[in-house]
Design a protein around this ligand. Structure first.
Ligand SMILES: C[S@@+](CC[C@H](N)C(=O)[O-])C[C@H]1O[C@@H](n2cnc3c(N)ncnc32)[C@H](O)[C@@H]1O
Length: 251
């Protein structure tokens, strides 16, 4: 059945050898899609409630697959308006993407073999990166994120479902009909993960108390905290009145 299995089709984004002009256009398109889909919202909604305002005052954050580091810039500005100091380190396989964004603290490298000591960051995040990985690499990705955080991990990606696929297809018609980025957006949904898949990988990677949930039915979110703080915090993260946390089923 359609979308039952993850697609193994590669995205244009994953062609590191493509021309810089194409990479530039791809990240411009991605930025427009991110603005429409408000890619920073899951982090702005979740982090203060989950970690608490006092913990949010000062955070050293690692963004995996940061691309042009726009997410870090947006979240740093947003946190600054609240008097919080968030400092991002931006890691990506694609060195040119990091250069394009003039990303501060840019590190070229793989999310599967992080060039950092254990416990180097307060928080490790990833946005729309995890689906780029092969299914077999998911456990290594989670294990590495867990290793280099001293406190929390918050991952967010596209959820593999038919409703999102149709929505992305429709929006693509209006926003970037002929661009490889729109083709990538559809492949991204087909490469997305489901809750049960992330749960199983989290257990295998040692994140035994990870919480995995859906954000508006479109994004899959994993949150895990060291020192056993996940269980209490997560109930505050998804109050049903929000309408944000739509499911915890293991489909
Ligand atoms: C769709 S972009 C997302 C960029 C940004 N996080 C955002 O939300 O807009 C995916 C990024 O993940 C990067 N990426 C893919 N596989 C990676 C890996 N194994 N390690 C680090 N970065 C990776 C790609 O180079 C690309 O910049």
């Amino acid at each position: 059945m359609f979308l039952r299995q993850r697609s193994a089709q590669a995205e244009n984004f994953d062609q590191l050898a493509r021309r810089q002009s194409e990479t530039l256009l791809a990240f411009r398109d991605l930025d427009r899609l991110n603005a429409v889909f408000r890619h920073s919202d899951p982090f702005r909604v979740t982090l203060p409630r989950w970690l608490g305002p006092a913990r949010c005052e000062r955070l050293e954050i690692l963004d995996l697959g940061a691309g042009t580091a726009r997410l870090g810039q947006r979240l740093t500005a947003w946190a600054g308006q609240r008097g919080w100091r968030w400092r991002f380190t931006n890691l990506d396989l694609n060195r040119y993407a990091l250069e394009l964004g003039a990303a501060p603290r840019a590190v070229s490298g793989s999310a599967l073999a992080l060039p950092f000591e254990n416990g180097s960051f307060d928080l490790v995040i990833a946005s729309q990166m995890t689906h780029h990985l092969a299914t077999e690499a998911l456990v290594a990705h989670l294990r590495e994120a867990w290793r280099v955080t001293r406190d929390a991990v918050l991952l967010c990606d596209l959820h593999r479902n038919g409703g999102l696929y149709v929505l992305v297809w429709l929006l693509g018609r209006f926003l970037c009909a002929h661009s490889p980025t729109c083709a990538d957006a559809l492949i991204s949904v087909r490469r997305g993960f489901r809750i049960g898949e992330w749960h199983a990988a989290a257990r295998a990677a040692g994140l035994t108390e990870a919480r995995v949930w859906l954000y508006w039915g479109a994004r899959i979110v994993l949150q895990a905290r060291k020192h056993g703080q996940t269980a209490n915090a997560s109930s505050a993260t998804c109050p049903p009145a929000d309408g944000l946390c739509s499911s915890q089923s293991r489909k």
